[in-house]
Design a protein around this ligand. Structure first.
Ligand code: C5P
Length: 398
């Protein structure tokens, strides 16, 4: 199974002889389905060339913090936002000390400061340096901040000594990286998610629809599956590949989505309505293509059933989450929706901002409950999905 499918891994390489193994790490991350961008410190370039890393990763290697060309292509903040995870392998004693103290003097340490994604490091150094009290203190500090420490392994070292400090093997590092996404927070639960637009037929060739790309719902389904849930994705027509480990039910119209949702809601503990369901459908669907004749054409529309409200009305209702795409008064409208539709949570986003929402890869949301709300600033949709799933998993009653 490609456990890192659709994952964006920022591989940081610092100066140490184990840097030659970073080339192998890139390959193995890619074999597991991940896409990789490499950031190297100046010291790392003494051990392995950026050209090697560029050829293997298929992306330009990032070296400098203050590089105008690189900033124009993908600036350091965008790079930090791009990453689903930052993996630093090898992580030298010097670099570990740097991040333990929150320093940001070069590109890689700045990315560690700027990113809100998980950070994992694979230390590699001489056994004496590893055992040194300062290094151990720094490692404990990082562990305390939730940073994942992979290894180091024990054995013979390049310097001729024997002991702990060798970088873990690339295959182990990649396995541990993949395991970070498998949280198990929804193990034993059934999750049903609606996603994408619906299409409401006017005649055999025309329909009413909207610009929903389905990206948010698909990212949520992937995150729910990673969290161990039996995941069902009821999807309107989109241009996305069905996620691994998810049972995807393709539908076209709101009525089909409604039927599938109500039948799947049985025995489900979490229902997330991220679909942009068409509010209305044509009252009559013409059997033949409507011919162009009169100057005006009137199509009478009738309201579609509200899927999420219907699920929330059921006797053994699941924990029910809705979305609210708004252009103003985000919190007020979201709270209104929460009450009106009897939801547990509403995830609201501002669709007047074209850099987020509908077709974008990024989103920024306001998570609204009856008594409180929390803003999650702009971040890529898969990271956001994982954060939302982790948050929701804590709220679902046992
Ligand atoms: O009412 P409005 O469309 O603004 O509400 C948005 C929320 O309701 C979303 O979670 C959407 O998936 C859900 N919805 C639904 N069925 C509809 C309309 C909206 O499930 N017919």
């Amino acid at each position: 199974m490609r456990l890192l499918a659709n994952k964006r891994i920022l591989l940081g390489v610092t100066g140490g002889i184990a840097a030659y193994k970073s080339a192998e790490i890139i390959r193995r991350l890619q074999d597991a389905g991940g896409s990789v961008r490499v950031v190297m410190t100046t010291a790392a370039t003494e051990f392995i060339t950026p050209l090697t890393m560029q050829a293997l990763s298929g992306n330009p290697v990032h070296l400098e913090l203050l590089d105008t060309d690189a900033e124009a292509a993908m600036g350091h903040i965008e790079l930090a936002r791009w990453a689903d995870i930052i993996l630093i392998a090898p992580a030298s004693a010097d670099f570990i000390a740097k991040i333990a103290h929150g320093e940001g003097g070069d590109l890689l340490s700045t990315l560690c400061l700027a990113s809100r994604s998980p950070l994992a490091i694979a230390p590699a150094m001489n056994q004496g340096m590893w055992r040194n009290a300062s290094t151990q203190h720094n490692i404990e500090r990082l562990r305390g901040r939730g940073i994942n420490i992979f290894g180091p392994a024990e054995g013979s070292q390049a310097c001729g000594e024997v002991g702990p400090g060798r970088m873990s093997e690339p295959e182990d590092i990649v396995e541990l990286t993949a395991a970070l996404f498998e949280t198990g927070a929804l193990a034993g639960k059934k999750v049903v998610i609606t996603a994408g637009p619906t299409r409401e037929a006017i005649d055999p060739v025309r329909y009413i629809s909207n610009h929903s790309s389905g990206k948010m719902g698909y990212a949520l389904a992937e995150a729910a599956a990673e969290a161990g849930a039996e995941t069902v994705l009821i999807s309107g027509p989109v241009n996305l590949a069905p996620p691994d480990r998810v049972r995807t039910i393709p539908v076209i119209s709101a009525q089909e989505m409604y039927d599938a949702a109500l039948s799947e809601a049985d025995g489900c503990q979490l229902f997330i309505a991220s679909a942009a369901v068409a509010d209305y459908r044509p009252l009559q669907v013409s059997e033949q293509k409507i011919k162009k004749s009169t100057d005006t054409l009137t199509i009478e529309l009738v309201k579609n059933p509200d899927i999420v409200s219907a699920v929330a009305k059921r006797p053994n209702r699941p924990y029910t989450v809705g979305f609210a795409a708004e252009t103003a008064n985000l919190e007020d409208y979201a709270r209104g929706k929460l009450e009106r539709k009897n939801l547990d949570l509403v995830i609201a986003n501002d669709v007047s901002d074209r850099t987020i929402g509908f077709n974008s890869d990024d989103n920024a949301v306001l998570v609204v409950e009856m008594q409180s709300s929390e803003a999650i600033p702009k971040i890529n949709k898969s990271i956001l999905a994982r954060q939302l799933i982790a948050k929701i998993a804590e709220m679902i009653p046992e």
